[in-house]
Design a protein around this ligand. Sequence first.
Ligand code: SF4
Ligand code: SF4
Length: 67
Amino acid sequence: MASKRYALVGKDCVSCGCCLKVCPIGAINIWKGVVAVVDSQRCVGCGRCAKECPAGVIELMERRAEV
Ligand code: SF4
Ligand code: SF4
């Protein structure tokens, strides 16, 4: 079953890469060296990336129930 939450990276990401290192499933990549992008389908919503982000730009979003 899919997790209830997923991480979303805000536009002020400074591409430091800290979030990549703590994601247990490797669901985050740095897109073109500019911004971190979470694979929301794979993200399990653990929140580690959000705690680690020095810029505080990662939010955990509630998944909408799929109809
Ligand atoms: S919430 Fe957890 S699984 Fe999802 S991207 Fe962040 S560290 Fe990875
Ligand atoms: S830890 Fe935060 S600032 Fe650093 S790459 Fe990840 S989202 Fe961007």
